[in-house]
Design a protein around this ligand. Sequence first.
Ligand SMILES: NC(=O)c1ccc[n+]([C@@H]2O[C@H](COP(=O)([O-])OP(=O)(O)OC[C@H]3O[C@@H](n4cnc5c(N)ncnc54)[C@H](O)[C@@H]3O)[C@@H](O)[C@H]2O)c1
Ligand SMILES: O=C(O)[C@H](O)COP(=O)(O)O
Length: 570
Amino acid sequence: MTPIATSNGAARGVAEGRPRILIPEKVSPDGMAMLEPHFDVDVKLGMTPEELISQIPGYHGLIVRSETKVTEEVLLAGKKLRVVARAGVGVDNINVPAATSRGIIVVNSPSGNILAAAEHTIALLLATARHIGRADGSLKQGGWERSKLVGIEVGRKILGIVGLGKVGMNVARMAKGLGMQVIAVDPYANPDMARQAGVDLASNLKEILPVVDFLTIHTPLLATTLDLVGEEEFKLMKKTARVLNVARGGVYNEAALVKALDEGWIAGAGIDVFTSEPPKPDSAAGQITKHPKVVATPHLGASTVEAQENVSIDVCTQVLEILRGGLPTSAVNAPIILPEEYRKLQPFVQLIEKMGRLYTQHFVRTKGGLVGGRNFELIYHGDLAGMSNTKPLYAALVKGLVASFSDSHVNIVNAALIAKEKGIKISETHSHQPGEQTYANLVTLRAAHAEDGSGEQIIEGYASGKRLYISKLDRFNATFTPEGTMIFLHNYDEPGKIGGVGMVLGSHGINIRFMQVASLDEDSKQAEADAMRKGNEALMILGIDRLVDEEVMEGLRRSEGVLDVVLVQL
Ligand SMILES: NC(=O)c1ccc[n+]([C@@H]2O[C@H](COP(=O)([O-])OP(=O)(O)OC[C@H]3O[C@@H](n4cnc5c(N)ncnc54)[C@H](O)[C@@H]3O)[C@@H](O)[C@H]2O)c1
Ligand SMILES: O=C(O)[C@H](O)COP(=O)(O)O
């Protein structure tokens, strides 16, 4: 990857005249006032994509919100572009990989509009409870429909929150202030922070759907959160329940939401975001905006004077810093390490990021392990133990741990802040055991409950040149390269197991790239023998050529002697 931010950023600064900044959306003037003494700032609203492509070649910086699509075509045309700044949280409207490959740094404001989004969620919660949208509309049409608009109180009602992150946690606190009971689903949340906020953590979505009076989702839009709530989930809810979306269009399946409202599976919805914005009239999103049971707003979650001041000042400060050759505070695509460290540390940065991803996807699924509120220990062996600067390795672990459930963009500048935000505690140990029998440059990742250190989970790995290997996963000794799509099948070590698994996968046309059977480590074998348990456990590790659906996973889980099956993407 082309290093973006260099320590001698000035060399990549802007050679000719005053740099020029283009702002094609409404951004608060407070931040712009910081830029105008140093740069030529042009605000050009309402441009078409073609007009943006024709204008961008003359600019060094571009500041957008969520409406401007910063496509690869725009970035290719931006011959002088050094920075694209998102005055907000979500960067789904920016082709970040294309920016990275062209050495253009992307920054955002991860926290500037969080309170605004939380308050808008509460506004929609109350509006759906008291039919505010229909009441206002009918009055404006000359009506006086008091008997048809009897609402419900929210006090003592149950609010379900999916995603207890920055926005979700603020919504929880506000709802508690309204006298609501709050239950949340977030496998990565920090249990201590939830408990302190009076929020009960549930283990999965289907557990809370039948009991909540209101449901609100505050997750990023990821492959794992797209269509999180569909017809099956809506049918589980109370007919009096209301749903809210101030996160991203698509976390509720929009066609299913229209059907749930039409069929009376739920009573109402408060929706601020849509899969296409503005919604096309004949789309499901368009039907939602017109539905009588919906209170809809045009992506206003961050549209307050205060939030826009916050995000504008935040990103303009970073633009100023970058164009002066400095490093930003909230870079979306800055490298974990700077060029000079690249050669030596890069293999271990990649290895430890993979270990973090493997932990989150494997242990959270099999052991109900949490990320927030756990103590992680990174133990460096061999030559690594002598490294003084291990900040890139710390940042790589934070990035790997959060990558599966958040769109936070971790880099060496913000890693410690994001870890604190997620309640992730990481200690680093340099192991200088004399004569230690270990792979050169071995890394051990231990995770345990923060309170009592119980429930320890271990992953070990090492790098050989540019090749990365995992050498231990939980209680099993294994040597495999952590890459691509993988299945981990925990089973009793009996004859015919391999054939059975091959049959299930083969019958679904899934090609096995490699397979390995990992055995228990010596301590665990002894424990099995002491416990006189039948048959040793084993861990079958398969690399496959593509993602598999739930039907295949269930087929594997139903195989004789299988204890658990996990699908992982690394
Ligand atoms: N409508 C608006 O104007 C507006 C304003 C601000 C933020 N947002 C959006 O709100 C969303 C949340 O923002 P944030 O800053 O709170 O993000 P965040 O990263 O702080 O929190 C997201 C939370 O979701 C959790 N999560 C991820 N996948 C999950 C899953 N499958 N099940 C349960 N929990 C899961 C994560 O663990 C994390 O705690 C983002 O999409 C952001 O773009 C919208
Ligand atoms: O991701 C965000 O910050 C919000 O969706 C706000 O988007 P906006 O800047 O277009 O209001």
